[in-house]
Write a protein that binds this ligand. Structure first.
Ligand SMILES: O=P(O)(O)OC[C@H]1O[C@H](OP(=O)(O)O)[C@H](O)[C@@H]1O
Length: 317
């Protein structure tokens, strides 16, 4: 444990690790605020010590969950603003960047919601997987435009994030039908759009999202149901432009089965990948705050936003 990391930052890292804080955009918001706290509470007396503390805090946050690229993108955004030569100046740099980041995040989600809502027609039925604030922003904007939307919500084993989606849609006044994951194909005939979020989008237009998304997309394509991915540009993975792949998080088997039941079954191997990769040919549109894109052209937006590459501000120079 790095003693330089503020206890509040450690608490946030723990909560991301255990998924009390979850969802790609919410994680990004939490890590930006954590860096702000680290900066505000620092008693470093020289700029190098201050920079070292912020790097250590960023590394602690970075090491929690590997797939949602919004996390490193948030850390980069906040830390790249550290240009001052004094501790007070650096502190202000971090506070300003974190505030700017959180405000942009909120704005991006509501702009994205307007774009996504334009794809939804009055009377449409959507099918959702997991819980995505970006995806729900599209539904909320459509409802605000006066459209009647209904939803078929997959429960999303093993953590049942579909329950959160069901509750939030209900609060928006959207009638919800909750189904087990394996019933999705059965109900695709009743659906006008599959609407999901993303944890990362790769340069080739592949969408990395909650495990089960790729099977849903293949089934939807088979039925001719359009698949819409709501992903603000914070979900674009810059490393994939230079050949890196996205690391798929493997979570604890206890999320699926307890030790006693496992023993009764003869201790089979259990695998619990949190995410899968949906190839671009199964995705109709990626909806961002900069408009909607066919997955194959998302790389053009990535080049514009990230240029030639990115830095890793949590690594010691
Ligand atoms: O950023 P927003 O759209 O809220 O969420 C994006 C994605 O984050 C979630 O992952 P987890 O539940 O944290 O593993 C889901 O996969 C969801 O689609």
């Amino acid at each position: 444990m790095d003693e330089r990391v503020h206890p509040e930052v450690r608490r946030i890292a723990d909560e991301i690790d255990t998924m009390e804080i979850r969802g790609a955009a919410t994680i990004a918001d939490a890590v930006a605020r954590a860096l702000r706290t680290q900066a505000q509470e620092s008693d470093a007396t020289d700029p190098e010590t201050f920079r070292g503390e912020l790097r250590a805090a960023a590394r602690t946050l970075y090491e929690t969950r590997p797939t949602a690229v919004s996390l490193p993108n948030a850390l980069r955004y906040v830390l790249r603003g550290m240009s001052s030569t004094t501790v007070e100046g650096l502190r202000q740099n971090v506070v300003d960047s974190a505030d700017e980041f959180c405000a942009r995040l909120e704005r991006a989600q509501s702009d994205l919601g307007q774009v996504g809502a334009n794809r939804l027609r009055d009377g449409d039925v959507i099918m959702t997987h997991c819980h995505s604030t970006d995806a729900l922003a599209c539904v909320e904007a459509a409802v605000e435009q006066g459209k009647h939307i209904e939803a078929i919500v997959k429960e999303t084993r093993p953590r049942n994030q579909g329950h959160i989606t069901a509750r939030e849609l209900h609060e928006m006044g959207v009638p919800v039908t909750l189904i087990v994951d394996s019933a999705a194909r059965r109900y695709l005939n009743d659906v006008d759009h599959v609407l999901v979020g993303a944890d990362a989008v790769a340069a080739d237009g592949s969408v990395i999202n909650k495990i089960g998304t790729s099977g849903l997309a293949v089934n939807a394509r088979d039925r001719g149901t359009p698949i819409m991915v709501a992903a603000q540009t914070l979900k674009l993975h810059p490393g994939t432009m230079t050949g890196h792949t996205v690391d798929i998080e493997m979570r604890d088997t206890e999320e699926i089965i307890d030790d006693e039941t496992l023993a009764e079954l003869g201790n089979p191997t259990v695998k619990n990948p949190a995410f899968d990769v949906t190839p671009p040919r199964y995705v109709d549109a990626i909806v961002t705050e900069r408009g909607q894109f066919p997955p194959e052209s998302i790389v053009i937006l990535m080049r514009e936003l990230f240029g030639e590459g990115t830095t890793e501000p949590w690594v010691e120079p």
